[in-house]
Design a protein around this ligand. Structure first.
Ligand SMILES: [Fe+2]
Length: 360
């Protein structure tokens, strides 16, 4: 099992002492890793930016840029947010361990170490990286599919990046957990992914759908659920995909759930989705003013279609913090949205909205 990882794993050893690099190299060469070396922080940063390493072994005490700084610099870049970095040092105090981990190290090995210990830690890091890479591939595939729907269904929906932004703003205000915010942002991009299974003559029909066509269209929530359900990482997102067309009074689909039986994330997403649809320009309508948008939101709530409490909180936030909602409406074209989606795909959505959080 380990051989699968060992033969393909590429490890960078960073240490200013040649003898230390040699020791690590000897330990790891016995496990047939591909080894590269850097003798200072600057060289390490350059090599890491120009190569694809699976693991970096990083000495802490080095002249100029030390290991902690190298780690901090790398963690600021989304491309290296998940790169396994194992700190290797002779520093002994628990504070040093804390400093290393706070700088973003994945693991910590203390000198002198047994070669077998180093090999097993590197193996564990490589295994972890392989899993993350696989998840990234799956996420990228799903986002690509969502983008196809976004492009196809542009007359009805999207751009999804605005939805994700609004979801994030509202979710943060509601003090949701990290996991819930993650699911909500993914749901903003993936909620209509089931439309992949809807025939084009129905999905792209410009006139009103007849009853049987409408029944087929409604299936997109079930198709989306079936597509995403097998993936653990999308477990909470599936609720949004399946239930984003339910209504508070039970008149929605697919199950006619009502009130709090509709999962919370789906109810939150609905408010954001409606706000987005009302306040955006679409091929069939101009963007409504904020006043009109709020009026319609309140009406939907009064009619019993939406979670009144959530609508109230959303409107209160919109009035109190209008800047948070600003995303250039008119200038977001589909190509711009694709550009943003590409960024999201490249970074992985977690890093993407973490960046938004950090910059806000
Ligand atoms: Fe939908």
């Amino acid at each position: 099992m380990h051989g699968e990882f060992i033969t393909s794993a590429k490890v960078l050893i960073v240490d200013d002492m040649a003898t230390n690099r040699e020791l690590a190299k000897t330990a790891l060469c016995s496990a047939a890793y591909q080894i590269d070396e850097a003798e200072n922080g600057q060289e390490a940063l350059e090599k890491i930016k120009n190569n694809h390493y699976d693991v970096v072994l990083l000495d802490v005490l080095m002249p100029d840029i030390d290991g902690l700084d190298v780690c901090k610099i790398l963690r600021q870049e989304a491309d290296f947010a998940l790169l396994p970095i194992i700190m290797v040092t002779s520093l002994e105090s628990p504070d040093d361990v804390i400093r290393g981990m706070s700088a973003g190290a994945t693991d910590y090995v203390q000198k002198p170490y047994f070669p077998a210990e180093l090999v097993s830690r590197v193996n564990a890091a490589v295994r972890h990286k392989r899993i993350i890479d696989r998840l990234d591939d799956i996420e990228t595939a799903f986002f690509t599919l969502a983008r196809i729907i976004e492009a196809k269904d542009a007359h009805q929906n999207g751009p999804y990046d605005r939805l994700a932004h609004l979801s994030l703003v509202f979710a943060q205000n509601l003090k949701l957990t990290y996991q819930q915010i993650d699911a909500l942002c993914r749901g903003s991009i993936l909620h209509d992914i089931g439309k992949l299974g809807i025939p084009d003559h129905i999905l792209l029909k410009s006139s009103q759908l007849n009853e049987s066509e409408w029944e087929i269209m409604k299936q997109h929530v079930i198709i989306g659920e079936q597509l995403c359900k097998p993936f653990k990482a999308l477990q909470d997102t599936v609720d949004i995909i399946k239930y984003h067309h339910e209504a508070w009074d039970g008149s929605g689909y697919p199950e006619g759930l009502s009130g709090k039986n509709i999962p919370l994330l789906a109810r939150i997403f609905q408010v954001v989705d409606i706000y987005d649809a009302l306040s955006s320009k679409r091929p069939y309508k101009e963007a409504f003013s904020e006043e009109t948008t709020i009026k319609i939101l309140k009406e939907e709530s009064k009619k019993g279609l939406r979670d009144a409490k959530l609508v109230k909180e959303f409107i209160a936030l919109l009035k109190a913090e209008p800047k948070l909602f600003q995303m250039p409406k008119e200038s977001i074209t589909l190509s711009k949205s694709c550009e943003l989606t590409e960024k999201v795909m490249k970074l992985g959505i977690s890093s993407w909205y973490q960046k938004i959080i950090n910059s806000s």
